[in-house]
Write a protein that binds this ligand. Structure first.
Ligand code: NOJ
Ligand code: CA
Length: 536
């Protein structure tokens, strides 16, 4: 069946809002939905036309809201359901879209489904979660024993308070009758509940969902076949009922995720080996440390990185998913090290030039546009552990609490980056050469030139093992754009012997790059840490 891709996606540019750290409007120290509404024009000014909002539902906040206790109710610390609907409306007025986070694989142990499921007596929710049939029998996967009077262990998806919802097992072990098949009526009921939740928010005005740990639903699914079938069924629902809405995967294996039915999959450059191992995808292994320095990052002034580590993986997935869905390389997210770690503003500009000119859908993690830093030495908040340093409040102004909140510093969700020279939106707005304005320029360029968008062709022109720079061509219809990035501090000059490039003339955006025509192509002269975008 030919699937429909919402046309707005080809030119979309997403902004990830971590609501608790974005803007606090009532002085309680926690960011809230009215804060997101107040900053819609700011988000739009970056060129972003879509938002991914991290979980904002009722939760004991064991894992920052990835442990939901009521999927139908906005957490009071963020506001009300009416506030969320107002956010949809205000965003739509500005031509923007809002996608929510669907934590499809687990709930909080505080969810009423789980409380019923934990009872010894059989009830409608007994099989809503994956439980073994006796506390003395191991589940073979992480599970919690001795939780309640129910004689069994529940399987967890992440932390101990995130019990796995039951979508069944791909190949149930006949010796373990507690492993239900995917088409067991109780497992199908779980699917239907997820559809109901999606319909509820899509009907209320949401434009789609980013799905948390999308590959984790069906247990024992080593080749992901059953998980993919499950998402294909969800996509059918979108095709039939919400053709303009999107499904975005946290899967990090675009070939699988897009074939399964997702419109977008993230290539997540996790940078903690242990955290990475939680994600079974090839990407998590191959992209490990793409931006972090393990192994040496390509985007580093030391110039020791290898673009092929990324590109070989990327090209394989790009070729197989082209036309069917989009790959997204986020600038960062709430789980990984800040992009600014170890980079100067000029280096960040080079990284953003790359991120904003690749095919697919760019994602900007709130704060990365001003180069917000990873804050060290914080006590873990809501099971953030080493992720906590990437979750500090947005730095808006030079005023109290960096303009994030009028509350007392001790009440803030997390402390403001204590560095005296921490970047702020206010300062960077005034500086035409700031990272913020560079990101704005890139956002505007992407919008103006469809060749740079999600549907434009992509062809590497210079991408050699352990060599700099990285040069590539984007093309759509009559429009051709060449992007050159040299993250290394070493200057480099390079001939590209392509006659077709000889008519390349206009510089759209460049720093430290000149391009001269030669007898058989063009010559790029690139200073250390430079970037350039040229148009035919
Ligand atoms: C991935 C989310 O991005 C992360 O923050 C969360 O802790 C886990 N999934 C568990 O839901
Ligand atoms: Ca608040």
């Amino acid at each position: 069946m030919k699937r429909h891709t919402p046309s707005w996606l080809a030119n979309a540019f997403f902004y990830e809002v971590y609501p608790q750290s974005f803007l606090d409007t009532n002085g309680d120290g926690i960011g809230d939905l009215p804060g997101v509404i107040a900053k819609l024009d700011y988000i739009r000014s970056l060129g972003c036309d879509a938002i991914w909002l991290n979980p904002c539902f009722e939760s004991p906040f064991g894992d920052a809201g990835y442990d939901i206790s009521d999927f139908y109710k906005v957490a009071s610390r963020y506001g009300t359901n009416a506030d969320l609907k107002r956010l949809f409306k205000e965003a739509h007025k500005r031509g923007m879209r809002v996608c929510l986070d669907l934590v499809a694989g687990h709930t909080s142990t505080e969810h009423p489904w789980f409380k019923s499921s934990a009872k010894a007596t059989k009830n409608e929710f007994t099989n809503r979660y994956v439980w073994t049939d006796g506390v003395w029998k191991g589940a073979g996967v992480p599970a919690i024993s001795g939780f309640s009077e129910r004689d069994g262990n529940y399987v967890t998806n992440f932390f101990h308070f995130q019990p796995a919802l039951n979508y069944g097992f791909a190949k149930p072990d006949p010796k373990k009758p507690w492993q239900l098949p995917v088409d067991h009526p109780d497992c199908l009921a779980t699917r239907e509940e997820m559809k109901k939740i999606m319909r509820y928010w899509l009907d209320a005005g949401a434009d789609g969902f980013r799905v948390d740990m999308a590959s984790s639903l069906v247990k024992g699914d080593t080749d992901f076949k059953e998980t993919m079938k499950l998402w294909a069924e969800m996509r059918d629902m979108y095709e039939a009922e919400y053709p303009d809405a999107v499904l975005i995967a946290e899967w990090s294996d675009p070939i699988c995720a897009i074939q399964a039915g997702f419109h977008i999959d993230f290539l997540i450059h996790f940078n903690d080996p242990a955290y990475t191992s939680l994600f079974r995808s090839e990407a998590s292994r191959d992209l490990f440390g793409f931006f972090a320095d393990i192994p040496p990052s390509f985007f580093d002034r030391k110039g020791k990185g290898d673009i092929r580590v990324f590109l070989d993986y990327y090209m394989k997935h790009y070729r197989k998913t082209r036309g069917a869905g989009h790959i997204s390389i986020p600038s960062g997210n709430h789980d990984i090290m800040r992009l600014a770690e170890g980079r100067t503003m000029d280096e960040l500009k080079v990284a953003f030039t790359f991120l904003m000119t690749m095919p697919g859908v760019p994602y900007l993690y709130s704060g990365d546009e001003i180069g917000m830093r990873y804050v060290r030495g914080l006590v873990s908040k809501e099971c953030g552990y080493n992720r906590t340093g990437s979750r500090t409040p947005m730095q808006w102004t030079s005023g109290k609490n960096a303009g994030f909140s009028t509350g007392k510093a001790k009440d803030l969700y997390l402390p403001i980056d204590p560095a005296k020279d921490h970047p702020t939106v206010e300062a960077q707005e005034k500086d035409s050469d700031s990272l913020l304005n560079h990101v704005r320029q890139l956002g505007a360029l992407r919008r103006k030139h469809p060749a740079l968008g999600g549907d434009g062709d992509f062809e590497p022109l210079h991408a050699e093992k352990n060599r700099y720079p990285f040069i590539y061509r984007r093309k759509l219809g009559a429009e051709t754009i060449i992007v050159a990035v040299n993250p290394s501090a070493k200057p480099v000059s390079l001939d590209i012997p392509f006659k077709s490039l000889r008519s390349l003339l206009t510089e759209l955006l460049a720093k430290g790059v000149t391009m001269k025509h030669t007898a058989d192509g063009v010559k790029f002269e690139m200073q250390g840490i430079s970037h350039g975008i040229f148009k035919k």
